[in-house]
Design a protein. Structure first.
Length: 264
């Protein structure tokens, strides 16, 4: 292009002055071109710098995204490991389930067996309670009957005592009339009866002692009872087998009778 311009200048002007002017114009054009190229280069540099800045920003963004993705990958990997561990644990528990089910069935069967045994025991206890209730009612009836008999015997004993007293008075009067005046024989006390309603009892139960005595100045029952009258009764509840002794005394001496109550 430079050669073409120079040739044009020589042809047109035909002189040294014209050649000089053409050269200046050519140089100016070259300078303009160079400036234009420089401007283009500058623009290209600015564009490259801008693109570089954008690229750096994109690289930073991509780096951040890569780091986020790497973190997510690590978290997903850890979650996957945890899931695998949970899966392994679940598989282990699944393998253990048959044994646990068998053990639970055995425990259930044992519990059912115990429940059946308890039901049978409860039935037996109910039967025993019914039997004991019937026995209690029978014993209560027997006690009432015995109390009635005791009251009847006491009444009969009092009547017999009265008869004995009358006979004794008659005997005493007859004896007094038969012996010389100023003399009278003194005899030991007469124990007509000393009985117990129940000679054998269980612990906590009671029995009744009854007695009839004549011609006694002092009467006592041992142990634990003490002085009593010539005719009477006393209910006792011994804690163990006990022998009761009736002792009647007067000026002539004493008379004794024993009764044994066995406690089971």
């Amino acid at each position: 292009m430079k050669k073409v311009l120079l040739f044009t200048c020589v042809v047109t002007f035909g002189s040294a002055f014209g050649l000089t002017g053409c050269r200046n114009r050519a140089q100016q054009a070259e300078l303009d071109r160079l400036q234009a190229e420089m401007m283009g280069v500058k623009a290209a540099l600015e564009k490259a710098r801008s693109e570089q800045t954008d690229l750096k920003a994109r690289i930073e963004t991509l780096t951040l995204a890569r780091d986020v993705l790497a973190k997510q990958v690590n978290e997903l990997t850890a979650a996957g490991d945890q899931l695998q561990q949970q899966l392994a644990d679940a598989q282990t528990r699944t393998k253990e389930l048959p044994g646990q089910l068998s053990q639970m069935k055995s425990q259930r069967d044992a519990a059912q067996q115990q429940a059946a045994e308890l039901t049978a025991v409860r039935s037996l206890l109910r039967q025993e309670l019914d039997t004991m209730a019937k026995s209690r009612d029978a014993v209560a009836a027997e006690v009432q009957k015995a109390q009635g008999q005791n009251a009847e015997l006491t009444t009969q004993l009092q009547a017999q005592t009265e008869k004995v007293r009358e006979l004794q008075e008659q005997f005493t009067a007859a004896t007094a009339s038969a012996e010389p005046s100023g003399t009278q024989a003194i005899q030991n006390p007469a124990i007509y009866s000393f009985a117990t309603t129940r000679p054998r009892i269980n612990a906590g139960q009671s029995s009744t002692l009854s007695w009839q005595i004549s011609n006694a100045d002092r009467i006592r029952i041992e142990p634990d009872i003490g002085t009593v009258g010539a005719l009477g009764s006393r209910t006792v509840t011994p804690l163990k087998t006990t022998t009761y002794t009736l002792i009647a005394t007067n000026k002539a001496g004493e008379s004794r009778v024993t009764r044994r109550i066995e406690v089971f």
